[in-house]
Design a protein around this ligand. Structure first.
Ligand code: ADP
Ligand code: MG
Length: 769
């Protein structure tokens, strides 16, 4: 638990440092600065990592620390380290979650400074951030009242003076400072009333022995104002770490990777890596250490994922769909309205193979918007029914659930398959009837919202749960599916949010992965253009001409937060505006937004789906899944406010029928470079995977919803964006080892095995077996 907090603390600190611009320091030896950037970008939830296995994996990971203690000395409580003692230990625990020697060992410096490099005070200007200066200390004084009360002092070198200031721990600091003495001072320069000053600088008496001129890189550690004011600034922590390194030797940090990996990748050993990440002799040593530790992080994570998957394949118990029976065959030969694409066939085969083994299937199915995932879900449910099992299909919204129900019911109308729908608005009597049919097994397919996984919904024999557009479902909700049958049902998670493969492999490494990478034939690519506000009249004329051909139109407004008043007003203004262009009764308009009641939303949506209305004015609530083939034009208002993935998701609502489709991105003229780049990407490709890669490059993995929440992508050093190629290497090694030696029993793998056992601790992460 404490290491959970530690992770949190680390990421908070990183935020802080990024905010301070620390990572921009040119003198910092680390090429490592960008790897923390992704913390900054973690945003709203688009995507939740699925299934208990990940949850379980992650909690073990967190509980046991990122890089756990390997030996007894490292387990020692931090107060026993020379120079710490009970009081400072309390602070270290509270402020940095450093409880043991091992925690301190894993508290990595965020930068190093060349100690021999001392700047001149006259060279400080507005672009200076962190600096080290040396000079004599004068004019120590406590000034100001109440909240403005502070201690100030002047540091003077031969070129000028700079003010130093403290706001906390004044009496203690005052006692420790010696006026007139020479000090080495490090800190961040800020400007107060136009004058440079350093607040809470790190002070060190400049003794002659320090000036031996030998070049070495001094680590600077993350710390807090509070610690700084209690003489536990970055430099003092460096001293503690130095003391710690003297206490331990190679045997305390034994190697955990097989020799051949070390050799192949020319990685330094583990002990060396820890020494060098703290105290490198030069930049190269630091880089070696970082590379080694990053690889270890990625590799161990990948290995655990691969092992979970392999254990599930070998040991889990699942319901068996042994045959493909009448229902499937009849549907396939008589009622399937189109020829399946090659990709759809392949995925169905993968699912069939999985569900016939007697092992539980956990599969992620990715397919771009419009690639035809629903039909895959449908035939899978028919296979379940052929084998006497029930199935359920969960959709994230009422609208989508209704739509699935409608289209599936109509596809199966001549077949002996009983289908029900259960949502939040299902009436009690209806609900009772459904429950009865679920109990006696007469209901084969239940479609609905999350209502279908609520506790009181019981199945006779649920064989498979399919989750559509899964990012709208929480991890816990999905876990509830498992409890719906004595033998855990198979799970198929379908998503249109494209994630790059490397990322999927990290976030979902324990799941099996299928992809529909082919669009149904006959689709016309969507023509996407970027237009400015001044072009609005032309855009309106254009949609008028499309509507004259019988097409329908979406007009999307940003409403990032449904509670955002400004956005809401813009939406209403926009609606009036559209109405002015397209007056009733010639044109009818539907409007859907998050402030409406579910009924109202559903009925407005319904009017558009059935073609009663020509225009749908909406916020992003229609983002997911809705299928209106006749709607072939989409206008996205203030498109600069949307991220790439979201733009792509929205655009996926058009281009579903045989008509030529258009997406018009409307923006104000003065958009920033990033927004311009996004528009350019959107107008140049329709490929969701390419867009996902670009998105990852531009924003980091923050968009991949829920991954942060679950911590799967929270590596301490590695970044899945910058270190993608290393991640790929780690994955290959992990997979290779898991395939050739699943029990890790060979001599060369014993190290990893005992390491994994050490970090697993008491938690049985193989509980899945
Ligand atoms: P998504 O993957 O976004 O859920 P859908 O399953 O809603 O996509 O399918 C989008 C549209 O494509 C639907 O109208 C569906 O009937 C149609 N479709 C799916 N597969 C095929 C196919 N193989 N050939 C032609 N049309 C298809
Ligand atoms: Mg869909």
């Amino acid at each position: 638990m404490k290491s959970g907090k530690l992770m949190l603390a680390c990421s908070k600190l990183r935020w802080l440092f990024i905010g301070c611009g620390l990572f921009q320091d040119k003198e910092s030896v680390g090429k490592n600065k960008t790897n923390s950037m992704h913390f900054y970008f973690f945003g709203h939830l688009l995507f939740n990592v699925s299934l208990m296995t990940v949850l379980q994996w992650n909690s073990t990971f967190v509980q046991n620390g990122i890089i756990p203690a390997n030996s007894d000395i490292l387990k020692s409580p931090i107060e026993y380290l020379k120079g710490v003692g009970p009081q400072r230990a309390d602070l270290l625990k509270k402020e940095l979650n450093i409880f043991t020697f091992n925690d301190l060992l894993n508290h990595f410096p965020y930068r190093h400074i060349d100690k021999t490099k001392v700047s001149l005070i006259k060279d400080i200007d507005s672009s200076t951030d962190y600096i080290q200066v040396a000079g004599s200390l004068h004019n120590i004084d406590i000034i100001g009242m109440k909240r403005g009360r502070r201690m100030v002092a002047t540091l003077r070198d031969k070129t000028g003076t700079i003010e130093l200031a403290w706001f906390q721990g004044l009496s203690w600091i005052q006692k420790s400072l010696q006026p007139g003495q020479q000090y080495l001072v490090f800190g961040k320069v800020s400007f107060f009333q136009g004058q440079p000053q350093i607040v809470h600088p790190e002070m060190e008496l400049l003794t002659t022995e320090k000036k031996d001129g030998k070049s070495f890189l001094e680590p600077i550690y993350p710390t807090t104002e509070k610690l700084r004011s209690k003489a536990l600034g970055g430099r003092q922590i460096a001293k503690l770490t130095e003391g710690l390194m003297k206490l331990i030797s190679e045997k305390d940090i034994p190697e955990n990777l097989p020799d051949d990996i070390l050799k192949t990748l020319t990685l330094i050993n583990r002990y060396k890596a820890f020494s060098q990440i703290h105290f490198p002799a030069n930049a190269q040593e630091y880089d070696e250490a970082v590379k080694r530790l990053k690889f270890e992080e990625l590799f161990i994570a990948q290995l655990r994922m691969a092992r979970l998957r392999s254990q599930r394949h070998r040991f889990s118990k699942g319901v068996v769909f042994e045959k493909v029976g009448n229902l499937f065959n009849t549907f396939y030969t008589k009622y399937l309205p189109f020829e399946l694409t090659g990709a759809q066939k392949r995925v169905i085969k993968e699912i069939r193979k999985d569900t016939a083994t007697g092992k539980q299937m956990n599969r992620l199915l990715q397919g771009d918007v419009g690639s035809g995932k629903t039909i895959v879900a449908l035939v899978t449910m028919l296979i379940a029914a052929d084998n006497g099992y029930q199935s359920c299909l969960m959709a994230p919204t009422e609208v989508l659930a209704q739509q699935h129900h409608k289209s599936i019911t109509s596809l199966l109308k001549d077949m002996p398959v009983e289908i029900g729908i259960l949502t939040g608005s299902t009436k009690t009597a209806e609900r009772k009837l459904i429950q009865k049919k679920l109990d006696d097994g007469s209901l084969h397919i239940l479609i609905g919202t999350h209502a279908v996984i609520e506790k009181d919904v019981q199945f006779k024999n649920l064989g498979i749960g399919i989750v559509d557009e899964q990012h709208k479902f929480g991890v816990a909700q999905r876990a509830m599916l498992w409890e719906k049958n004595e033998t855990a049902p198979h799970i198929l998670v379908m998503t249109a949010t494209p994630i790059p493969r490397t990322l999927a492999m990290t976030a979902y490494g324990d799941l099996d992965y299928s992809v529909i990478d082919e669009m149904p034939p006959g689709r016309q690519p969507i023509t996407t253009v970027h237009r400015y506000e001044k072009d609005r009249p032309k855009v309106m004329e254009f949609i008028k001409s499309e509507m004259a051909k019988g097409r329908q139109v979406y007009i999307i407004f940003p409403l990032i937060e449904e509670s955002d008043k400004m956005d809401y007003e813009n939406l209403m203004k926009g609606y009036e505006n559209v109405k002015a262009w397209f007056p009733e009764p010639k044109y009818w308009i539907s409007m859907v937004h998050g402030r409406q009641k579910t009924d109202q939303k559903t009925s407005n949506m319904h009017r558009f789906v059935t073609g009663d209305t020509h225009i749908m004015v909406s916020t992003t609530v229609i983002e997911v899944g809705v299928d209106v083939p006749n709607a072939s034009v989409m206008i996205i208002e203030s498109a600069e406010k949307f991220g790439l993935s979201q733009l792509h998701q929205l655009r996926g609502r058009v281009g579903r029928g045989a008509d030529k489709s258009y997406c018009i991105l409307l923006t104000s003229p003065g958009i920033g470079n990033d927004a311009r780049e996004r528009m350019k990407i959107m107008t140049s490709t329709n490929n969701g995977f390419i867009i996902a890669e670009k998105d990852l490059d531009m924003r980091g993995p923050g968009d991949i919803e829920g991954t942060r929440q679950s911590g799967v992508l929270n590596f301490k050093l590695a970044s899945i964006v910058q270190d993608r190629s290393l991640l790929e290497v780690a994955r290959r090694f992990a997979e290779d080892i898991t395939n050739t030696d699943p029990e890790l029993s060979s001599a060369e793998n014993l190290r990893i095995k005992s390491y994994l056992q050490a970090i697993q601790g008491k938690t049985a992460w193989s509980r899945i077996s």
